[in-house]
Design a protein around this ligand. Structure first.
Ligand code: C5P
Length: 267
């Protein structure tokens, strides 16, 4: 029997770096949501492990034990043939291999959280809005978020996560402030504007194009908060409506045909 799984894009609406452990890993406080676009997996059990990678972003993705999906299968003691359709840019701050690995662990009902595969794997297993703490192992579901209409933009370059963390000015920053109750769209928007992605300044310092991506988002009609996700380079903009997000996406795509641009819903 084939198992199908969806690995959505992960978006850090906020990413506060609040400390650093002795082993170098950073303590995070992050509001994470998931898009209705993502990679897909089809898994057919069998005696041997085999991985086939297809899709628009298959180039350069390993089809062997270097792939996190393969490592997730090993963690779950599962073997068979996996087809992985890469629809999302990878090394892009939106989950990538962590989301793929999490989708497989979740589909297989694995007991292991997958933290050893990547800091984002436990939150990606939640698959819907959650607050992530610790180095990624603390996951608290968040309910009651307003509808979020977003545009995701990736300028097609890879930002190595360790380099961005290493370039942080301060590793001890304030956590998120309390989320509003109830989370009306206006209250949530006001709260979100006052939060941060602490990795945005060091990522921008290394890749000036991230500034251009954020400016392109901020120029559109109906846009609210625009911010980088994860360690970049993908940025998101939140829009007043689905229509405005789709219009904004078309305009950015028209001006920057070489960028990856998608309108989507986040939850
Ligand atoms: O866990 P993951 O492979 O996604 O992390 C990539 C890199 O990001 C780590 O090797 C580490 O340098 C950095 N990182 C960190 N603190 C975290 C998560 C990631 O310093 N909480």
């Amino acid at each position: 029997m084939t198992i199908e799984a969806f690995a959505p894009a992960k978006i850090n609406l906020t990413l506060h770096v609040t400390g650093q452990r002795a082993d170098g890993y950073h303590l995070l406080d992050s509001l994470v949501v998931f898009a209705d676009i993502g990679d897909r997996l089809w898994c057919a059990p069998g005696p041997d492990m085999r991985l086939t990678v297809t899709g628009p972003f298959a180039d350069g993705v390993p089809q062997d034990a270097r792939n996190l999906v393969w490592q997730a299968a090993e963690l779950a003691q599962w073997t068979g043939h996996i087809r992985l359709e890469k629809n999302l840019p990878h090394g892009a701050g939106i989950g990538g291999g962590s989301s793929d690995a999490a989708a497989l662990l979740q589909a297989l009902g694995a007991a292991d959280s997958g933290l050893s595969l990547g800091a984002d794997v436990p939150v990606c297993r939640a698959g819907s809005a959650a607050r992530m703490g610790g180095v990624g192992e603390e996951v608290t579901p968040i309910t009651g978020l307003p509808s979020l209409h977003a545009v995701l933009v990736n300028p097609g370059l890879h930002v190595p996560t360790p380099r961005v963390f290493a370039a942080l000015d301060s590793k001890h920053n304030a956590p998120m402030t309390d989320m509003p109750t109830p989370m009306t769209p206006v209250a949530f928007d006001g709260w979100l504007r006052a939060q941060r992605n602490d990795l945005e300044p060091p990522a921008q310092a290394q890749q000036q194009v991230i500034v251009d991506v954020l400016n392109a988002l901020r120029m559109r009609d109906g846009v609210g908060v625009a911010r980088m996700s994860g360690s970049g380079a993908t940025c998101f903009g939140l829009f007043d409506s689905r229509d405005m997000a789709e219009r904004g996406a078309r305009d950015i795509e028209g001006a920057h045909p070489d960028w990856w641009v998608r309108a989507c819903a986040l939850s």
